[in-house]
Design a protein around this ligand. Structure first.
Ligand code: SAH
Length: 378
């Protein structure tokens, strides 16, 4: 995307500048949602709305794009979890943020080993980008797919199996900063020449103070606290449906397993870090997922949560190394090398193995899904 649409930098900037002139400074959350998912307006569209940012030619590579083995492992996890749910005759198989549809295509191919599972699924994708919907429909041709704009639109009344990879890290976060006057929301506004976006601080507010985790009350000046209400609300919504209709969810993302007050919002363009406020719309924006917050939201809705476990441990627990060995057996030396590289990339602690983590949410009457140690014994 970075290579084909350099102009979107100025156009989305114009749209944001016009909004700031009209409404005043905007929150980081408003900035993220506008930059990532604004529908095409007079002067541009959000980062995900018209392009294909994935892969070597694009801006970043996600796990399913590294290797087919990732989606295959998840397909087996889904079929196994369905069997442990008592193999319901119908199940909603949902994926928010499916990107190029690669994960789902690989998962369904692997899950063909369980034909009753394939017969039971109704596939529902949650995707706001018309460009990506198109790519997903090609990747999944032959399957009956229903698209939705939001998780809240998924049908109810049947058990839910949901899988999300690198979806939650794209949801809008708010940032709060401890200033000499107290806690303030971090905002985004225009510089004096009105030709650049800059960070600013909102008014100090006791409301922010009241919403803070206790551990932050006496923080040093400059401490930044990130909060993603959208993640908490959507996890609560997924959990409510699982509690009501049965089911499970697998969430994989780059994130933290304990709360830390450091800012993590970042922009990536052409596989490099990029200044967050520069040329909006030409780089991906994301923030580390706060897994304890997601787990809290699920437990509050009366379902159980497992993990987080590192992606490496999770995938190896599902048999990734055995799958790689099988693929190596029939491969050319060149292919073998790329299988080994993919295995390393997905699992090693220096790469995606520990920064990326998995959690599972499930109905309390269902057994703990594969790949997660029992909470009591961990
Ligand atoms: N899961 C894919 C893609 C991750 S990128 C993979 O692993 O390769 C993030 C995905 O979430 C994209 O498909 C993007 O269009 C979608 N997305 C981002 N914000 C969204 C939102 N608010 N609602 C629905 N989809 C969103």
């Amino acid at each position: 995307m970075s290579s084909d649409s350099p102009q979107s930098s100025t156009t989305l900037f114009d749209q944001l500048a016009a909004r700031i002139r009209l409404e005043g400074a905007i929150t980081v959350a408003d900035y993220m949602s506008e930059v990532l998912t604004a529908p095409r307006g007079k002067s541009g569209a959000g980062y995900y709305m018209e392009g294909n940012p994935f892969g070597a030619q694009g801006d970043f590579i996600t796990a399913p794009e590294i290797s087919q083995m990732f989606g295959e492992m998840l397909g087996l996890w889904l079929a196994d979890t369905w069997a442990n749910m008592g193999a319901p005759e119908k199940v909603i198989l949902a994926e928010p943020g499916p990107g190029r549809g690669t994960l789902m295509a690989d998962a369904l191919r692997a899950a063909r080993m369980v034909p009753d599972f394939i017969r039971a699924i109704e596939i529902h994708l949650v995707e706001v980008s018309p460009a990506l919907r198109e790519i997903q429909s090609e990747a999944l041709s032959g399957f009956d797919i229903t698209w939705h704009n939001a998780i809240t639109e998924l049908p109810e009344g049947k058990p839910l199996l949901l899988v999300a990879n690198e979806f939650f890290d794209a949801l809008p976060i708010h940032q709060f900063e401890k200033s000499p006057q107290g806690w303030c929301e971090r905002l985004i506004t225009l510089n004096e020449n009105a030709d650049e976006l800059v960070f600013a601080l909102g008014k100090p507010s006791p409301l922010i103070e009241r919403g803070l985790p206790d551990s932050l009350r006496n923080s040093a000046e400059g401490t930044v606290f990130e909060h993603c209400p959208a993640s908490v609300l959507l996890t609560g919504e997924i959990a409510r449906r699982i509690k009501q209709d049965g089911g499970a969810a697998l969430i994989i993302d780059y994130g933290r397993d304990r709360f830390e007050p450091t800012p993590t919002l970042q922009a990536i363009r052409a596989h490099q870090f990029h200044p967050v406020l520069e040329a909006p719309g030409t780089a991906d924006l994301s923030a580390l997922v706060d897994f304890p917050a997601l787990i809290g939201a699920a437990e509050q809705s009366g379902i159980l949560a497992r993990g987080p476990v590192g992606q490496g441990t999770f995938l190896k627990g599902l048999g990734l190394e055995q799958r790689a060995e099988m693929l190596r057996a029939g491969a050319t030396p060149g292919q073998r090398e790329s299988i080994d590289q993919a295995l390393e990339r997905l699992t090693s602690p220096e790469q995606m193995g520990t920064l990326f983590k998995a959690i599972a949410l499930h109905h309390p009457e269902q057994p703990s899904p594969a790949g997660f140690p029992d909470r009591q014994s961990s």
